[in-house]
Each structure stands twice: as C-alpha cells, then as structure tokens.
Design a protein around this ligand. Structure first.
Ligand code: HEC
Length: 178
C-alpha cells in the first residue's frame, strides 16, 4: 500500500487511479451491505475510510500516532466543542452528526455516521485529531483539513465533545441541549 507521502502533492495519474479505486471501493460495500443488510460500522457504506486504514497501519505522519488528548474533559470543553461543530461541521455531518447535512448531497463521498464510529472506537484520540487537522485530502476525499482554521486546543475540544456523546449536535451555539 502506498504511503500518504507518496500520494500527496499534485494530482498525478497515480492519484487519479487511486481516486477511481476509491469510487469502486465505495460502490462495492454499498452493494454488499444492501444485499446482506449488515449494520454499517462507520464510514461510507460501513467500510473504514482510507484515512482510518492508513492511521491504523501507521502510515500517517508519526506525530499523530498514539496521541492522547492533553485536555482534561470538562463541561466547558464540551460546550466549546458543540459550538465549534455547529460553526464548522454541521453543514456536512448533519444535525445529529450521523451524516446528511445540507451540503452532504453534493459531496463525492458521504460524511459518515460519527456517533456510530465513536461507539466502535471511543478512545482513538490520535485518529480523531489526525483526521480533523489533516482532512482526507491525501486520499482525494472531501473531509477538509482544519489545521490552519482551528487551534490544536479547539480540535481537542471537538474530540472531547464527540467522546461526550455529541450533545446538541445541531444547535447553533445556544445552551447545551441533550
Ligand atoms: C465539506 C464537508 C465536510 C466538513 C465541513 C467536515 N467534514 Fe468531516 N468528513 C467529511 C467526509 C466526506 C468524510 C469522509 C471522508 C472519508 O471517508 O475519507 C468525513 C470524515 C470525518 C471523520 C472521520 C470518519 C471516518 O470514518 O474515518 C471525522 C472524525 C470527521 N469527519 C469530523 C469532522 C469535524 C469534527 C468537522 C468540523 C471541524 C468536519 N468533519 C467537517 C465531510 C466534511
């Protein structure tokens, strides 16, 4: 498997092949899950995203591997994460973070069901920090990179909010709603 470094950078023919392969990889599990009715684990069609697979295989920059959240979870961090989600993420990930936000229909890959993913992988702090800060652009997918838009603290607050069970995902910065 190619490393993130090999396929990042300009859109080379190799990257286009990966993109095509990605579309096929997307279509197949969708068909399979329609046939078997198997529950979606997380990610499009219930399959792990390429970013997730790369992280699990240790094929992302080493500084992200095994990272633990430096913040201690608190009500204030949960509220901050809720507000950040409403400002930055809800348009794609939807009011319950289960996908289907207003912008989701126009994306080449649908935003996954995040609460479902967190049920399977509640403690993957490093992965959540990695995907939010770097996005899925290295795999030609539409999850944006937030490294230049949010501070590290804000990204960790989003992770705390996700691990707190996504309270008030659709709210627009008002009081925390369950
Ligand atoms: C432009 C639409 C869009 C926005 C805005 C967006 N996302 Fe995403 N996000 C996606 C898509 C599409 C994926 C699936 C990427 C993939 O499968 O490779 C994704 C994937 C993810 C994943 C990884 C899920 C997995 O299966 O590996 C997490 C976590 C996530 N987003 C959190 C966020 C957070 C938090 C924000 C706001 C700071 C955000 N996203 C903003 C579209 C978006």
């Amino acid at each position: 498997m190619r490393s993130v470094h090999e396929i990042s950078g300009r859109r080379t023919p190799a990257r286009r092949r990966i993109w095509t392969a990605g579309l096929l990889a997307l279509a197949l599990p969708l068909c399979l899950s329609a046939l078997t009715g198997s529950g979606a684990a997380h990610g499009p069609g219930g399959e792990p995203s390429p970013s997730f697979e790369a992280y699990q295989a240790g094929e992302v920059p080493a500084r992200f591997l095994g990272l633990a959240n430096p913040l201690t979870p608190s009500e204030a961090h949960v509220r901050a994460g809720q507000r950040l989600y409403a400002e930055n993420c809800v348009l794609c990930h939807g009011p319950k973070a289960e996908g289907g936000g207003e912008m989701a229909a126009g994306l080449a890959v649908p935003p996954p069901n995040l609460p479902e993913m967190l049920r399977h992988y509640p403690d993957l702090d490093g992965y959540y920090f990695y995907i939010i800060s770097q996005g899925s652009e290295p795999f030609s997918r539409p999850m944006p990179a937030y490294a230049d838009l949010l501070t590290e603290k804000e990204i960790w607050q989003l992770v705390i909010w996700m691990q707190a069970g996504f309270p008030g995902a659709g709210a627009t910065g008002g009081p925390l709603k369950e």
